[in-house]
Every structure is written in C-alpha cells, then in structure tokens.
Design a protein around this ligand. Structure first.
Ligand SMILES: [Zn+2]
Length: 109
C-alpha cells in the first residue's frame, strides 16, 4: 500500500491482501495494480472528510463533535475507512472506548 503523509511525504507499507481488500471495498484506498493499492487520504484529510460528512455532529448524542470514532473498534478488526468511521464528541468517544455501537447504546439506556 502506498500513500502520502500529512506533510506530503510518500510512504510505502506492505500489508495483508485481506486488509487491502477491505480498505478498497470501504472507500479508503484505490487499486493501482495487482500488487499495489493507494490510500486516498492522509490522516488529516481523512479526519476532515469524516467530520464534514457528519456535519461535526456526534453520531451518538447529536451534540457538536470533532473526534473520529471507529464504529467497529480496531481491537475487534475494524479499520480506518469512511465506512467504519464516524464523528463523535469527546465525551462519547471516551465513554465508548472499545465497545461497539450496540453495546454502547444499550449502556446509555
Ligand atoms: Zn456525543
């Protein structure tokens, strides 16, 4: 996989084919050729993409949010892709930690 860092430097990293497949399927990367995919966003661009898509609104409580949360936590196999990432406020992000969304919503009841 290859891409650019926030300051425009190029990077290259070997990744598992399964991960490459998920990143492409979930809109985080595009296929360059049989052996290479390219990540579409630097970390900064990605953050901005998610926050503007969700209007800086926390997906859990509806208040202003400016942090990114993984819907399926990374610890449970979730990846940093537009499909798996949502806008969250700081409080909800802290509360949620590594629980998945269903567990989190149940815990709020
Ligand atoms: Zn919130």
């Amino acid at each position: 996989m290859r891409g650019k860092t926030d300051n425009g430097r190029r990077w290259y990293q070997e990744i598992e084919p399964e991960l490459a497949y998920v990143l492409v399927r979930e809109g985080a990367a595009v296929v360059v050729n049989r052996h290479t995919i390219r990540r579409l966003y630097s970390n900064k661009e990605f953050r901005l993409l998610i926050l503007t898509r969700d209007n800086y609104t926390c997906r859990f409580c509806g208040k202003y949010g400016d942090t990114i949360d993984h819907e399926l936590p990374r610890a449970k196999g979730g990846h940093t892709t537009p499909v798996n990432c949502i806008c969250a406020c700081y409080e909800c992000n802290q509360l949620k930690a590594n629980r998945d969304v269903d567990e989190f919503i149940r815990a709020m009841d």
